[in-house]
Design a protein around this ligand. Structure first.
Ligand code: GLC
Ligand code: CA
Length: 556
């Protein structure tokens, strides 16, 4: 087994806009992050990944970058950034930056030049095509609704945008684009950052000839995921590795829409020629609707176990897993897989964390997950900020004929805004996130669910996460051990074992509302309990309560 610090780390994702506001303008900022480093150190995380903090007009909250080497005005200055980076390092926390280079903002200087004329030297930095029979060059849809092509009147050509119109795709087949991106990355590395999370990096190489794609949900457009794992993506990443990544001690994780197990073995190969690990999407797609993301379904346990186990076993020894349920694009896991009622919220949040954090891979905690924060009780589409939710609602109701009263609850359940409501720090106004008016509504449950209360209470979700994180830091078995799923067909229980040399552990969780029995194998019965979410129970009695979870070490 090849050891590495990034395999032994736990990563905490910060969505800066919603984390902590230091100056009362209602928007989280860099000084806010700096002020919360003690909290993160207490939690015990090794790395923070910051969602984009670069200059941006915020069509997609910073994922549309107009200057990769300036800080978003609302978030502060480069001096604030440098201070935050230094302070994080002094707290023993590394900093991973979001790298959004599949596309830029249409307000980036490259695009402004590119669109200025057909002969501009930067024309070929983006993907321009002539109309075909007066229409779009192909049938691709944007991930945020509508066509993926936008006609630019001035030069009479269309440009490609797999996301919003204000996010034109860069042309990675142009070596000058790759050079610009690699130089920019190098300058950030020289500043002392510790890695990159690469936004939709699986989409950078478009298929030869840009052929039409199979039509997706709602039946209006071709699926832009036809660009996933394109013909030159591995070549480009190998070039990136040689040119930039190999020269620094970094952690790299690729956000890989459409990645399969076989592709992941290439992106995250153990020889280290590309990235350290990828985010795969299969498990978070299991509760999707019919051809669309939107649904009110609960995440089904048997397929979830099957999928995560496939990734555990498939990458063991040949690549490396990243372990996540939550991020800024996913609804809150306790509302999705767990049970966010008063009775079970804390217990189920802990149980879900247990099954994730005991797996092989690098775990990611998304801000507020460590408190068991829940989805927001949305009442109307006007409350959303996220363009995916808003555009999806109007496209599907107005063009695809879905009934608003059927669609709304589905969007409310899956909207990315569920993850983006402000962090709940305490029970004062606006959850202590801001003294001003928060840019997105604070979840009304903050008086009950907040960091201040949980840090102080030994049996809180926060303190359970602390325990899980510290267990990983003290156990090679948890970080590097092999994995085997037990009871694959059980609809309520998620049980697996991990083993390494002569060591072995058993992780068991009841992810249902039914009391169950589970016969613990003999060799664990006299072993030590590493962690349990119902410490008042003797786990060895064979009873496993709703949302109970525990981890047992095999006796010596
Ligand atoms: C990724 C980001 C998401 C963003 C999209 C376009 O999926 O995680 O938030 O909207 O890429 O950059
Ligand atoms: Ca602010």
């Amino acid at each position: 087994m090849n050891k590495a610090w990034w395999k032994e780390s736990v990563v905490y994702q910060i969505y800066p806009r919603s984390f902590a506001d230091s100056n009362g303008d209602g928007i989280g900022d860099l000084n806010g992050i700096t002020s919360k480093l003690d909290y993160l150190q207490k939690l015990g995380v090794d790395v923070i990944w910051l969602s984009p903090v670069y200059r941006s007009p915020n069509a997609d909250n910073g994922y549309d970058i107009s200057d990769y080497e300036a800080i978003m005005k609302e978030f502060g200055t480069m001096e604030d950034y440098d201070r935050m980076l230094k302070a994080a390092h002094e707290h023993g926390i590394r900093v991973v930056m979001d790298l959004v280079v599949n596309h830029t903002s249409d307000e980036h200087k490259w695009f402004i030049e590119s669109r200025s004329s057909r002969t501009n030297p930067k024309r070929d930095y983006y993907i321009w095509r002539d109309p075909v029979d007066g229409h779009e060059p192909n049938n691709w849809g944007s991930n945020f609704s509508g066509s993926a092509w936008k006609l630019d009147e001035k030069t009479g050509q269309y440009y490609l945008h797999l996301f919003a119109e204000k996010q034109p795709d860069l042309n990675w087949s142009n070596p000058a684009v790759r050079r610009e991106v690699f130089d920019m990355m190098t300058r950030w590395c020289e500043k002392g950052i510790d890695g990159f999370r690469m936004d939709v990096i699986s989409l950078i190489s478009k298929p030869e000839g840009l052929p039409d794609a199979a039509v997706m949900g709602g039946g209006l457009y071709g699926d832009p995921n036809i660009c996933a794992n394109g013909p030159h993506v591995h070549e480009y990443l190998q070039e990136m590795r040689k040119t930039v990544l190999s020269r620094f001690d970094l952690m790299t994780v690729g956000e890989c829409a459409g990645v399969t197990l076989e592709e992941a073995k290439k992106y995250a190969n153990a020889a280290g020629t590309e990235l350290n690990m990828v985010f795969q999407f299969e498990h978070v797609g299991l509760d999707g609707g019919d051809g669309i993301k939107w649904s009110t379904k609960k995440m089904p346990l048997v397929p979830l176990k099957e999928n995560l186990s496939k990734w555990q076993n498939g990458l063991d020894g040949v690549a490396w897993n990243s372990l996540y349920f939550c991020n800024h694009d996913q609804p809150r896991i306790v509302s999705r897989l767990g049970n966010d009622s008063d009775q079970y919220r804390e217990r189920s949040a802990k149980a879900i964390a247990t099954v994730l954090h005991m797996m092989q891979g690098t775990p990611y905690v998304y801000q507020g997950e460590e408190l068991g924060m829940t989805n927001y009780p949305w009442k109307s589409v006007d409350e959303f900020n996220d363009l995916e939710s808003i555009n999806g609602y109007y496209e599907l109701t107005e063009k695809a004929g879905m009934k608003p009263e059927e669609l709304f609850p589905m969007i409310a359940h899956k909207s990315r805004d569920n993850a983006r409501t402000p962090m709940q720090w305490d029970d004062s106004d606006n959850a202590g996130f801001t003294t001003g008016k928060p840019w997105l509504a604070v979840n009304p449950n903050y008086r009950k669910i907040n960091a201040k209360e949980q840090v102080a209470r030994p049996d809180s979700v926060f303190n359970y996460y602390r325990q899980l994180i510290s267990l990983r830091h003290s156990s090679e078995l948890i970080v590097y051990g092999h994995y085997e799923l037990l009871l694959p067909d059980d609809p309520d229980l998620f049980v697996y074992r991990r083993y390494l040399d002569d060591k072995e552990l058993l992780c068991a969780a009841n992810l249902s509302e039914h009391a169950r029995t589970f016969d613990i194998p003999e060799r664990f019965r006299s072993g030590r309990v590493l962690i349990q979410n119902m410490p008042e129970h003797d786990v060895r009695d064979g009873q496993i309560a709703p949302y109970e979870a525990y981890v047992l070490l095999k006796s010596e």
